[in-house]
Design a protein around this ligand. Structure first.
Ligand SMILES: NC(=O)c1ccc[n+]([C@@H]2O[C@H](COP(=O)([O-])OP(=O)(O)OC[C@H]3O[C@@H](n4cnc5c(N)ncnc54)[C@H](O)[C@@H]3O)[C@@H](O)[C@H]2O)c1
Length: 360
């Protein structure tokens, strides 16, 4: 294991600690990045992905771990931000020994970092990781875990959408609004249910025919369109990107008919200038990392012994956080994404400072 720690190098961008882990026999190559433990142990998932180069893997983990610090801070958790990547094709190299070797490296950090699922890792993988470390969330219910985190992710997105509806139309409901859901995966499915229950009309799309069959069966009242382009140019009030990142770019924003964007997908803004483009077009964008924090709230609850109702209560507060961010954005004349960052930084500074009050 090769370990280095730096707080001000250009690569590490203010991270507390970046750990390279290698186990030749199993083929494990992982990087664990801890951006901040100001609010508590760093929590963030493990992405298992066939990066082209080590530099690409490092760049991703540094970026993602910083994002987790902001997300966890705004979710009201006593947790800092971290993330891990395992470099390789999970289809080819993921094995029990590799995951357990990874678990031992997580354990070696002695609780500075808690892991969870991300792209390429699943609940069953976390159950294996958990056989080597206590510092893991996202396990199956049978193993004391929170199970599928998309349940509260969707609930949190719905709460963020209610807050955006209140900000835009004066009432915290989607009743009578038309919502376009792009991506009927784990989150999109649950979200569609919440929207229908609330009285919204839903138009949806997915590239997967099974997902479309599911929605036709479960919610025949949902209109299905051919693709995301058809969805965003249709007569919708709210656009909910629930597929991949980069949903809002230089082509999609000018074409968008919706006046509100709230969705589960991570990294929806293709580049930083998109915030301004949205604002110039009068489109209200609720930052993705604020509204999709229900998943991390769900798995974080495992640390105290999972209780679904407690976690759901916390995810419901995404309504208040989104509302506060939108209010702050108006008051300070900045896009909601900037207001969200400011609120997260304020909490990290104000609550983090309390550690300087020594108790013994
Ligand atoms: N699951 C969680 O708890 C969670 C938490 C936070 C953020 N997110 C993010 O939310 C998004 C959805 O997560 P998920 O767990 O539902 O993933 P998923 O893989 O279950 O679902 C994604 C769906 O999007 C569809 N899709 C892919 N490309 C598409 C396209 N071009 N147009 C339309 N549909 C397309 C897929 O077919 C799939 O049905 C992801 O960006 C994920 O990173 C998920």
């Amino acid at each position: 294991m090769d370990v280095f720690a730096s707080t001000d190098g250009p690569e590490s961008d203010g991270h507390e600690q970046v750990v390279f882990c290698q186990d030749k026999q199993t083929g494990l190559k992982a990087i664990i990045a801890i951006y901040s433990t100001t609010l508590g142990p760093a929590l963030g998932g493990t992405r298992f992905y066939p990066y082209a180069t080590e530099a690409e893997a490092l760049h991703d983990v540094l970026d993602l771990s910083r994002g987790m610090a902001y997300k966890n801070a705004l979710a009201g958790l006593d947790l800092g931000g971290g993330k891990a990547v395992i470099w390789g094709d999970p289809e080819r190299i993921k094995t029990e020994p590799l995951l357990r070797a990874y678990g031992r490296f997580v354990e070696s950090l002695n609780g500075r970092y808690y892991t969870a699922c991300d792209v390429g890792t699943y609940v069953a993988d976390m159950d294996l990781v958990a056989r080597e470390t206590r510092f893991v969330t996202g396990r199956s219910v049978e193993h004391g875990g929170a199970g599928d985190s998309s349940v509260l992710t969707a609930w949190g997105v719905f709460q963020g959408m209610r807050a955006a509806a209140e900000h835009t139309w004066g009432s915290p409901t989607l009743a009578g609004r038309r919502v376009g859901v792009s991506g009927l995966g784990k989150v999109g499915k649950h979200l569609t249910g919440h929207l229908i229950d609330d009285g919204a009309s839903v138009v949806a799309t997915d590239v997967n025919s099974k997902a479309l069959s599911w929605v036709r069966q479960a919610y025949p009242q949902v209109d299905v369109v051919a693709d995301t382009q058809a969805l965003i140019t249709s007569d919708i009030d709210v656009y909910a990107p629930c597929a991949l990142g980069g949903a809002l770019d230089d082509d999609t924003v000018p074409a968008l008919r919706a006046s509100v964007v709230v969705g589960a997908a991570n990294n929806q803004l293709a580049h930083p200038g998109i915030e301004k483009l949205l604002a110039d077009r009068g489109v209200l964008y609720a930052p993705d990392y604020v509204v999709n924090a229900g998943g991390v709230i769900q798995v974080a609850d495992e640390i105290d012994g999972f209780n679904f109702e407690r976690a759901k209560l916390r995810a419901t507060r995404i309504f208040d956080t989104t509302r506060e961010i939108l209010r702050l954005a108006d008051a300070e004349g900045v896009p909601p994404a900037v207001a969200a960052d400011r609120l997260a930084e304020r909490r990290m500074a104000e609550v983090g400072r309390l550690r300087t009050i020594h108790l013994r």
